[in-house]
Ligand binder design. Sequence first.
Ligand SMILES: C[S@@+](CC[C@H](N)C(=O)[O-])C[C@H]1O[C@@H](n2cnc3c(N)ncnc32)[C@H](O)[C@@H]1O
Length: 276
Amino acid sequence: MLMTQFPAPSDVAGVYDGFGRIYRTVWGPNIHYGYWENDADDSSIEEATHRLTDLMISGLAAQSDERVLDIGCGIGNPALRLISACDVNVVGISVSHDQVAQATKRAAAAGLADRATFQFADAMDMPFPDGSFDAAWALESMWHMPDRSHVLAETARVLRPGGRLAIADVIQRGPVSPEGRVVLDHICENYAVHSLGTVDEYRMALAANGFVDVEIRDITDNVIRTLTLMADAFETVHDKLADLVGEEKATSLIDFVRRFGAIPESGYLFLTAVRA
Ligand SMILES: C[S@@+](CC[C@H](N)C(=O)[O-])C[C@H]1O[C@@H](n2cnc3c(N)ncnc32)[C@H](O)[C@@H]1O
């Protein structure tokens, strides 16, 4: 019997299609955190979000003409940057039809349609043959997955032996305080997040699914500024948000993004691994 899993693809699509366009007006086309070198780094949101993509690009170390799977591709911005940097071919998947359409349009506009393909697909059940990719990455999509270990098993299946993996993901750190529990539960329930993983969970799941040469970096200190900046950015479009989702939800969104950035449980990792 099939178990109902949270979040369903339609839950995830609902979140991104819902306020995705407003989000883009304040945060830009990269649907992920920014990366700052240190406290003195005053890079813009655009620079910092590109820098996180660049960290993934260097971690993946893809070679020219390789075939790369982008698990949770958003509107394609990271994939197009990867192609421009490394001359690879990318297949991006998302559970939002709207994102797939936008990513496809952006690839054509960038003159990269021959290198980038985007399609609707669930990472829990990838429609690709075994060993059909040289590399894969998941840039901030794993926290949505109903079963991260299963997605890693699927990823190992579609990668060739020796294929490389890079992941950036929002994680949970340390024991959870009462305030932490309130904030984490709110984020998961309202934004189609299954749960936050931990460094230990990733280490175990990667080993269990045949990944070796695992390197994990906790980059929380470099990215956590994102949440305060995002709350500030959403404040500037509060009225538009309220028109879209209602006053109460708009206010709570901004409040919880800010609180998420303030709790010590809020973390972020960057990892690379190789499929044995
Ligand atoms: C935070 S966004 C990141 C988008 C993109 N990687 C970026 O950095 O701009 C999360 C992405 O994961 C995708 N996603 C979530 N669950 C998924 C699933 N089960 N299968 C495929 N994609 C999924 C969403 O549709 C969305 O594109």
